[in-house]
Design a protein around this ligand. Structure first.
Ligand code: PNW
Length: 475
C-alpha cells in the first residue's frame, strides 16, 4: 500500500498552501513615493558602514512599480499563495493618526491582482520597517510603540479586511529585538541588552494588542497568526553543562516570545538567567496575559540549527549567524554559552543545513499548541549563481536540493500528526538581504538589478511542479 511504497511521491494534505514570501523593504523600492516617510531601515542602510557595499532599499526590486508583472510571475510558477508585508511608513507615515490613502491603495491593488490570479494573500503587518518617527520616540524599548503598532494594525485591517483573509502580526520578533537593539546588526543598530529585552516585551505586548485590533476590525472568517523564528537548539554534547546552555538559548531565542504569546507567562528560568541585567519591571500586571490571544495559526521561519556548548566564565557570547561583525551579543545574559558550526555543508550565508530542525520545531508547536494550524512562512537558501555544463545561467541544484530536503522534513512532521497547512519559500525574488545588501541571493527567481529583469532559476521550475501537483517527487 502507499504507506510502505518508498517510490511513490509524498502527498501533502489537500488545500495545502504552496507559496513564496517577500517583505516590503526588501523588494518595493519607491521609498519616497506616495507620501512614504523613512523607516528605521532607510536610516540604517543610509548610514555608512552598516550594510555591505553601501546597499540600500531605495530601488530594490522596484516591486512598487512592477507588482503586476511580479504577480504574473507567481501565476507562471503555479503559486497558490503569496506572503508579503505592508510597509508601516507607507500607510501611516508618522506612525500615528490617520492612514495615507495612497499607501493603502498600493496594497489594495496588490491584493486585487493576487485575488484575480487565484493566489491567496498572506499579509504580514511588520517585517522590521518601523517608521523612523516612532524610533525617535523610543522605538520598541518604549511601551508606547506597542500601542502605536496596534493602531496601525487596525488601520490596515479596516482598509484590507474585505480582501485579505490571512493576517500575521510580526515577522521574527527575535530579530527586531535582539539584532536591532542588542547586537545592532539590524536597524536601528542600538546595542543595549536591557533595551533588547524591553523591545522583546513590547513586541509581545504589541502582538497581543494588534490581535485585538485585528479581531475588532476583521470579519470572523479572518485568520490571525504570528511568524516566529524559533531556534532548533542542540547541545554539542549530552553533558549537563551543555544541556543547560541549550536551555538558556532556547529561553532567549524562542520562549521569550512563545511564553507570553502562547501561554501568557514569562518562564522563571528566563527571568533568573537575566536577573543580573534587569528585574523586568517594564512588564506590567496583565501584560503577559494580554500577549496571549487565541491564534488561528503559528508560523515558523526556519533556516539552520543552533549548536551550543557551555563556555568558561568570561567567554564572550557570540552567534555565528552569518551577520557577523558585532562586538555586542544578541543574547543578553548568556555569557557562558559558545556557539558552533556543525560539520557538513552550508549555504552561502555560512548557515549549516539540517532539515531535521524543521521537523522538530513543527512537532514542538504541534505538542505545545495542539489544534492550532501551523505554517512554514520562510525557508530557503542562498547560493551564488554558477553556470552549469550546458551554460544555462540560472541552474541552482543546491537550492533545489535544500528545498526538497526541507519539504520532506515538513512532510515527516505532517506524517507524525502536525497540522501543517502551508509552506512559503524564501524568497520569490532575489532582494535586499538586510545587512548583506544585494550580495546574497535567496530568490527562486533571479533579479538582474540594472535592468530589473526577472529570470526563474531551475529551482523555480521544480517548485512550480511541486506546487501544481501538491506532491513531492522522491527523486
Ligand atoms: C529572515 N539571524 O532573516 C527574514 O525574515 C528575511 O527577511 C530574511 O531575508 C531571511 O530570513 C534570510 O536571512 C533572518 O541572524 C536574519 O538569526 C537573521 C537571522 C535570522 C533570520
Amino acid at each position: 500500500g502507499p504507506a510502505t511504497d518508498t517510490t511513490a511521491p509524498l502527498r501533502f494534505p489537500s488545500g495545502f498552501l504552496w507559496g513564496a514570501a517577500t517583505s516590503a523593504y526588501q523588494i518595493e523600492g519607491a521609498v519616497r513615493e506616495g507620501g512614504r516617510t523613512p523607516s528605521i531601515w532607510d536610516t540604517y542602510s543610509h548610514t555608512p558602514g552598516r550594510v555591505a557595499g553601501g546597499d540600500t532599499g531605495d530601488v530594490a526590486c522596484d516591486h512598487y512599480h512592477r507588482y503586476r508583472e511580479d504577480v504574473a510571475l507567481m501565476s507562471e510558477l503555479g503559486l497558490g499563495a503569496y506572503r508579503f508585508s505592508v510597509s508601516w511608513p507607507r500607510v501611516q507615515p508618522t506612525g500615528r493618526g490617520p492612514a495615507a490613502q495612497r499607501g493603502l491603495d498600493f496594497y489594495r491593488a496588490l491584493a486585487d491582482e493576487l485575488l484575480g490570479a487565484g493566489i491567496t494573500p498572506l499579509l504580514t503587518l511588520y517585517h522590521w520597517d518601523l517608521p523612523q518617527e516612532v524610533e525617535d520616540e523610543g522605538g520598541w524599548p518604549a511601551r508606547e510603540t506597542a500601542h502605536r503598532f496596534a493602531e496601525y494594525a487596525g488601520l490596515v485591517a479596516e482598509a484590507l479586511g474585505d480582501r485579505v483573509e490571512m493576517w500575521t502580526t510580526l515577522n521574527e520578533p527575535w530579530c527586531s529585538a535582539f539584532l536591532g537593539y542588542g547586537s545592532g546588526v539590524h536597524a536601528p543598530g542600538r546595542t543595549d541588552p536591557v533595551d533588547a529585552l524591553r523591545a522583546a516585551h513590547h513586541l509581545n505586548l504589541g502582538h497581543g494588542l494588534a490581535v485585538q485590533a485585528l479581531r475588532a476590525a476583521l470579519p470572523d472568517s479572518a485568520q490571525v497568526s504570528v511568524s516566529l523564528n524559533p531556534a532548533a537548539v542542540r547541545p554539542r554534547t549530552g553533558t549537563p553543562a551543555d544541556r543547560d546552555a541549550a536551555r538558556r538559548i532556547d529561553a532567549l531565542a524562542t520562549r521569550v516570545f512563545t511564553g507570553p504569546m502562547l501561554h501568557g507567562r514569562y518562564d522563571a528560568d528566563l527571568l533568573e538567567d537575566t536577573a543580573q541585567l534587569t528585574d523586568w519591571a517594564f512588564v506590567q500586571d496583565g501584560d503577559p496575559a494580554l500577549a496571549r490571544q487565541p491564534l488561528d495559526g503559528i508560523c515558523v521561519n526556519y533556516y539552520t540549527p543552533t549548536v551550543v556548548s557551555a563556555a568558561p566564565a568570561g567567554t564572550e557570547p557570540e552567534r555565528n549567524d552569518g551577520h557577523g561583525g558585532s562586538a555586542h551579543s544578541p543574547w543578553p545574559g548568556a555569557d557562558r554559552v559558545a556557539f558552533h558550526q556543525p560539520p557538513g555543508s552550508r549555504t552561502a550565508m555560512g548557515w549549516s543545513i539540517d532539515p531535521g530542525g524543521l521537523t522538530e520545531l513543527l512537532l514542538r508547536f504541534h505538542r505545545e499548541s495542539p489544534g492550532t494550524p501551523l505554517y512554514v512562512t520562510e525557508n530557503g537558501a542562498c547560493y551564488p549563481d554558477a553556470p552549469d555544463a550546458e551554460g544555462r545561467r540560472f541552474h541552482d541544484p543546491e537550492r533545489l536540493d535544500y528545498l526538497q530536503r526541507h519539504l520532506r522534513a515538513v512532510h515527516r512532521a505532517v506524517a507524525e500528526g502536525a497540522d501543517v497547512r502551508g509552506y512559503f519559500a524564501w524568497s520569490l525574488l532575489d532582494n535586499f538581504e538586510w545587512a548583506w545588501g544585494y550580495d546574497k541571493r535567496f530568490g527562486l527567481v533571479h533579479v538582474d538589478y540594472p535592468t530589473q529583469r526577472r529570470t526563474p532559476r531551475s529551482s523555480a521550475a521544480w517548485y512550480a511542479r511541486v506546487a501544481r501537483s501538491g506532491e513531492l517527487p522522491r527523486e
